[in-house]
Design a protein around this ligand. Structure first.
Ligand SMILES: C[S@@+](CC[C@H](N)C(=O)[O-])C[C@H]1O[C@@H](n2cnc3c(N)ncnc32)[C@H](O)[C@@H]1O
Length: 280
């Protein structure tokens, strides 16, 4: 199973774990259980950050992953909803860490192979969820989301908060559109937060360097980047499906300015956008 499971789920969790080890305060996001979830891979995956943490690829990966997690959990906390759907959850640790989790029912959606690996990791680390977590196996390229959610106890009559982080770039544009169609059918008051990468002309030097260095590895390891969206294009996809209050921020604008006063290697790049919207 480990073969077909997502490697990027591990690299994202490693980036969150490494933040608390190699970066300096002020922390952007404190994922206190990511390291435990990595289990016997923690040594190997954290060594890259320990030894080369200032490298643009590793610092760039940490920035991207930390910013989106911070923004998403902040918006979730403000939303007041009782159902949280995590699309492409990977090794997301919200349900195992956040006090907010107690107020929510959590639906973790991912490929079954990645879910199986996560379950093994949780068991090995003795990590228990703080709330009711449903693992909903879905291939976003092939399956319709809502029937699968419903089959796992999701209440389509009540609003939900949906996070979709670090996933859109791995999907075809058709699958991104089809997933947005499904999320647009959620009950009024539902909210969505996602991140997407921007196309070449809209990146700065740091963003372009990151893509030049990482894209070939992503493709080789079987998880190629397939989709890039300009900010106004993604805003249009949301608005066209009836989402209101659509807001997109780049990495710099996603954080309070004080958080960019840093002594470590984390810097904002023009590379990815974090977009939120409300189903009205
Ligand atoms: C980079 S990881 C991000 C994980 C997590 N959201 C995070 O931010 O740490 C990408 C995740 O998307 C999932 N994914 C990619 N393509 C998918 C698909 N077609 N259907 C369901 N999940 C998919 C992978 O299995 C993986 O867990």
């Amino acid at each position: 199973v480990e073969n077909q499971s997502s490697q990027t789920a591990f690299t994202a969790a490693a980036a969150r774990a490494a933040h608390l080890i190699v970066d300096a305060e002020p922390y952007i996001f404190a994922d206190t259980v990511a390291e435990a979830m990595l289990g016997d891979r923690a040594g190997e995956l954290l060594a890259y950050h320990r030894l080369h943490g200032d490298h643009p690829v590793l610092a760039g990966a940490r920035a991207q992953v930390l910013i989106r997690a911070r923004v998403a959990e902040h918006l979730l906390g403000e939303s007041g909803v009782e159902q949280y759907v995590i699309l492409g959850a990977g090794l997301d640790s919200f349900a195992y860490r956040s006090p907010l989790a107690r107020e929510l029912r959590v639906f973790e959606v991912d490929h079954p192979a990645t879910q199986a690996v996560k379950r093994d990791r949780l068991a090995a680390a003795g990590l228990r969820p703080l709330t009711d977590v449903r693992h909903v196996p879905v291939d976003l390229e092939a399956d319709r989301l809502l029937p699968h959610l419903a089959a796992h106890g999701f209440d389509a009559g009540r609003p939900a908060f949906v996070s979709w982080l670090g996933v859109s770039m791995y999907l075809t544009r058709e699958a991104v559109g089809a997933t947005l169609d499904q999320v647009a059918e959620l009950a009024p008051g539902s909210r969505l937060v996602l991140d997407h990468m921007v196309p070449a002309g809209l990146r700065d030097a740091a963003g372009q360097t990151y893509v030049d260095l990482v894209a070939p590895h992503a493709a080789e390891s079987g998880e190629p980047w397939l989709s890039f969206f300009a900010p106004d294009e993604m805003a249009g996809l949301l608005a066209g499906r009836g989402f209101g209050a659509v807001r997109g921020v780049d990495q710099r604008d996603a954080l309070e300015p004080e958080l960019w006063q840093r002594t470590d290697a984390l810097r904002p790049a023009k590379l990815s956008m974090i977009v939120s919207g409300c189903r009205e």
